[in-house]
Write a protein that binds this ligand. Structure first.
Ligand code: GLY
Length: 396
């Protein structure tokens, strides 16, 4: 077994956006930090649409998660400016808002309920008639029955975000080990590093497991600490809006069509992202004819003109789903092992607050108040006394 002499203070397993933001913040706080990932900046961010949709993706029973989502949305302007300042890279951060529309009477009733929930939760959301929706977005189908205008739900380009985080990490001195972490090393009941796929032993003061949907698969993690994270497949399409059609859409447009979420996210670059399926199919990442068909069919009901656009990419990714749809953040019952995983549908949105929360817990040993309900303790993987309540349980 090869030995690498240097010991990191913090070794992050997983170089997706959550692992990278944790590493960047850790390095900024003075920790000697390393990341293990064969392809830093890859993972679900390469597929995600990048909606920062704290308000339009609000669900009944997810009030505590809403608090974390809003805390992260509030951080986004400063976070994006800081990351661009550190790297010189544009993130495609666009504060152009979101319109969630209803296509029939059932959708409208559902949308009215969502609006009431948003209002009870103190969120900014304005009800518009079908005509008002079309005035904002003339490409919408004539049948749109009404909708919610949420100017505070923005977007970012997750591929640019991931690339910028790689650069920020490199500039902050984070060591990137471009290989797989194969096994957690546990010495005297304490996480002490990992062994990589090529047999190299990487030693560390603390290990942060931030491997997205793969977080439950690292060998050597004791059974009672393995995070309850599963892959939830999402198929996503990318189309291109030719200059002669611009502006095709000026904000994110979304709807629930026959019970499935569909959203269209227009970028400054002319890219139009259409997502996403939600499939419990294990590790399958096949793009299927059925998935593409359903997305195009539903998107076409919303915006008929999309059938004119070139289809430039089809791809499937795996969301890291958790039992309560909320992330697991902070220390586990195994000394030296922390989690930053399970962000499910909200990884891009939750990137800034996750970086801050992980830096806080690495520095002080405690999660900040905003992140405390998301301790792994709620599933039994966290230290005694940590939250065991479900963060999504509170009724509105
Ligand atoms: N947040 C969008 C999705 O997970 O599809």
């Amino acid at each position: 077994m090869a030995l690498v002499p240097d010991t990191a203070d913090v070794l992050v397993v997983g170089g997706g956006i959550i692992g990278l933001v944790t590493a960047w913040r850790a390095a900024q706080h003075g920790f000697a930090t390393a990341v293990v990932d064969p392809e830093p900046g890859g993972g679900a961010a390469q597929v995600a649409a990048g909606m920062l949709a704290a308000v339009t993706e609000l669900h009944h029973g997810e009030q505590t998660l809403l608090g974390l989502n809003l805390a992260s949305a509030e951080r986004y302007p400063d976070f994006a400016a800081e990351l661009t300042g550190a790297t010189g890279l544009d993130l495609g951060y666009r504060r152009s808002g979101t319109l969630a529309v209803a296509l029939d009477a059932d959708d409208r009733a559902h949308m009215r309920e969502l609006h009431a929930l948003q209002r009870r939760s103190g969120l900014d959301s304005e009800w518009l008639s079908g005509r008002e929706c079309r005035r904002l977005e003339p490409m919408l189908a004539p049948g749109v029955r009404g909708g919610l205008r949420v100017d505070g739900d923005h977007q970012i380009d997750p591929r640019r975000l991931a690339a910028a985080l790689v650069t920020a990490c490199e500039r902050a001195g984070v060591v990137l080990h471009r290989t797989w972490a194969q096994r957690l090393t546990v010495l005297r009941d304490r996480a002490a590093g990992v062994v990589t796929a090529d047999g190299t032993a990487l030693a560390a003061g603390r290990v942060v497991l931030a491997a997205g949907s793969l977080s439950g698969r690292l060998a050597g993690v004791p059974d009672d600490v393995v995070p309850p994270v599963r892959p939830v497949k999402g198929q996503v399409l990318r189309l291109t809006v030719p200059k002669r059609y611009a502006p095709f859409l000026s904000r994110t447009v979304r709807a629930v069509v026959r019970g499935s979420q569909v959203y269209l996210v227009p970028r400054e670059s002319g890219e139009l992202v259409v997502g996403a399926t939600s499939e419990e199919l294990g590790w399958d990442t096949t793009v299927t004819a059925g998935g593409v068909y359903e997305l195009l069919r539903d998107a076409h009901e919303l915006v008929p003109g999309i059938t004119e656009l070139p289809l430039t990419e089809t791809r499937a990714g795996l969301r890291p789903g958790s039992p309560d749809n909320a992330p697991l953040l902070g220390p586990t019952v195994l000394d030296g092992l922390l989690l930053a995983t399970g962000h499910y549908r909200n990884g891009v949105l939750l990137t800034p607050v996750t970086g801050d929360a992980m830096a806080h817990v690495l520095t002080t040993g405690e999660l900040p108040d905003v992140a405390r309900p998301f301790s792994p303790g709620r599933f039994g993987q966290g230290p005694a006394g940590a939250a065991r309540t479900n963060p999504t349980e509170q009724p509105v």
